[in-house]
Ligand binder design. Sequence first.
Ligand code: RET
Length: 268
Amino acid sequence: MDAFIAQATTDQPALATQIAETGLLAESLWINVALAGVTIFAIIGLARQVSSPRAQLIIAATLFVPVVSLASYSALISGLTVSLTTLPPAHPSGADPMLTLWGRYLTWTFSTPLILLALGLLAGSNMTKLFVVISADIAMCVTGLAAALTVSSVALRWGWFAISSIFFLVVLYVLLVEWGADAERAGSAEIFQILRTLTVVLWVGYPVTWAIGAEGLALIGIVGTSWGYSVLDIGAKYIFALLLVRWVVAHERRINRYTPAKSPVGAD
Ligand code: RET
């Protein structure tokens, strides 16, 4: 344990320097630190007039998305959640140790459930669907982290990728089928449809980036992969958050009027 901590602390400055010296890579991270900061201030500014607990809850869930993002990108820049990984010899990225920004996959475990919580509350989802979608989403992120960190064989990496994708299908099903109908009843369909389209299109971009990026087929290198995720994050987190909060602020009364339908009580 001591040796592990010693290695982690001595590697950190070297990894942070390596990132800082790879200009385009560092920029892909810093741009998100800046935009996450701007989004946090914008949400706080917009949300000051909101007084109802339900609208406040949606905004609080949304606010923590850029907060987690700020922490995530800061950890990557400081070399804390980055490693040099020796991939299996058959991996297309080559045999040299590769810089793996695994902190991204780790922190999605916290940011993506918040996105789904905000979307589910907006759509007027019941607790069961919310629980299922968030559980599947966390499982998707954790198995995605396993895909990136598995070095024993290329096949196992893709095995984890496949498992993660199955959980992703559950998330997509709830977003596309279940919550669409809920949002109609809740009176939030107009904004829900916009946010859902934004979310589905951008979220599909993450596994695609993984597959063609440095972790997968290596059709694009580490810098290109990092920019891929960074650009997706700008849409899936900051633009998403600002659209959502702006709507909630303008339609606070509509959100307040709606309480999710209780499941019918059957004879038992
Ligand atoms: C991975 C690889 C394994 C297969 C699948 C993936 C999906 C990732 C997704 C990430 C979304 C992240 C967001 C982050 C915002 O903070 C893990 C890339 C299916 C959908 C929106």
